[in-house]
Design a protein around this ligand. Structure first.
Ligand code: PMP
Length: 341
């Protein structure tokens, strides 16, 4: 074990948000580069979204949009909901989450156990329909005086959390020397916040986008245009529109990663490095490995483990599920050997 001094006991779980550890990838071939992963799964709510939940709620408290005992509303199928629940629980706010009905049972059970009012709605309707989860959240917010509709896609406190915490932490942990940072885009907060921070603090650092095949962002980066979105199984990243919070001109290079490659790479990370990460981390690591192996000179590259793989144990870490999705051949027959150092 590396010797490291431990901080004193925290006053609440919210004080444990951020300051996440960084680990180097040493058992997978990274070409001429050194690749480091920031373990955002070690936030108390289990994901990178704890940071933005805290920042968005504290910004609203500060400017009076949220008062003690008030109600917070968001439309989310995932980690932002868990992050908001984490913060709302400790700070004593009520939380209503509007969730599309395709969401995993584990997540709904987790939220309900935290006292969240989970309203389940249809996932087969689009923007503009009253039962579309974002429209429904807005309607609920309008009916509750003083309620705060968080809206992570447009809320400036989302990218700001990464600009003021995640970015400085990365640069410090990398001793001021970072050539590239590989991120995904869901709301765009990570890309925009880190991109803005590094543009000022370390202009040589390039932002690299990892996008699931089917998302429109890869095409948008390369051509400035996009067509109809497809579908993908990776959770939390990829979009069918450009969120206000996603400043896409910060991206220097983009990779489109298939579901198969994301799943295989997340499993490889667990098998080789002992890190149980979620599906979007598989996408990010796959893009980071491609970027690293394409380099002709040594570079220092950082990516993120966005959330824990614990909530995907019945999905991508389950061989039956993997087989049912047609990923079986390569995972069973060990074609991954060419990826291993
Ligand atoms: N990975 C996971 C698992 C996520 O839940 C999210 C957020 N949707 C992201 C990555 C992307 O982060 P951002 O919203 O900052 O673009």
């Amino acid at each position: 074990m590396t010797d490291r001094s431990l901080p004193r006991a925290a006053r609440s779980s919210l004080d444990l948000i951020g300051n996440t550890p960084m680990v180097e990838v040493t058992r997978i071939d990274t070409g001429p580069c050194r690749l480091f992963l920031k373990l955002e799964n070690q936030n108390p709510g289990g994901s990178i979204k704890d940071r933005i939940a805290l920042s968005m709620i504290e910004a609203a408290e500060k400017d009076g949009r949220l008062t003690p005992g008030g109600t917070i509303i968001e439309a989310t199928a995932g980690n932002t909901g868990l992050g908001l629940a984490q913060v709302a629980t400790v700070k004593g706010f009520k939380l209503i989450l509007v969730v599309p009905d395709k969401m995993a049972r584990e997540k709904i059970l987790h939220l309900r156990a935290m006292g969240v009012d989970v309203r389940i709605t249809r996932s087969d309707v689009g923007k503009g329909h009253p039962e579309y989860y974002q429209d429904m959240a807005q309607t609920i917010a309008q009916g509750i005086p003083g309620a705060l509709y968080v809206n992570q896609f447009e809320n400036p406190a989302n990218p700001l959390a990464h600009q003021t915490t995640t970015g400085p932490e990365i640069l410090d942990q990398m001793e001021g020397d970072v050539d590239a940072v590989v991120v995904g885009v869901g709301s765009g907060g990570t890309l925009t916040g880190l991109g803005r921070f590094f543009r000022e603090a370390s202009p040589k650092t390039r932002m690299i986008l990892a996008d699931p095949v089917g998302s429109i962002l890869y095409d948008y980066v390369n051509t400035g245009q996009y067509g109809e979105a497809g579908s993908w199984i990776v959770e939390g990243i990829g979009e069918d529109f450009i969120p206000d919070n996603a400043q896409m001109d910060l991206v220097a290079k983009a990779y489109a990663i298939s579901d198969r490659e994301s799943v295989e790479t997340a499993r490889l990370l667990l098998e080789k490095e002992g890190i149980l990460a979620g599906s979007s981390s598989g996408t990010l690591l796959a893009a980071a490995l491609r970027y690293c192996r394409e380099q002709t000179e040594p570079k220092r590259v950082v990516s993120l483990v966005c959330d824990t793989g614990g909530k995907y144990l019945t999905k991508m870490f389950n061989d039956m599920w993997v087989a049912a999705h047609g990923f079986e051949e390569r995972t069973k027959h060990g074609d991954l050997r060419d990826l291993i150092a």
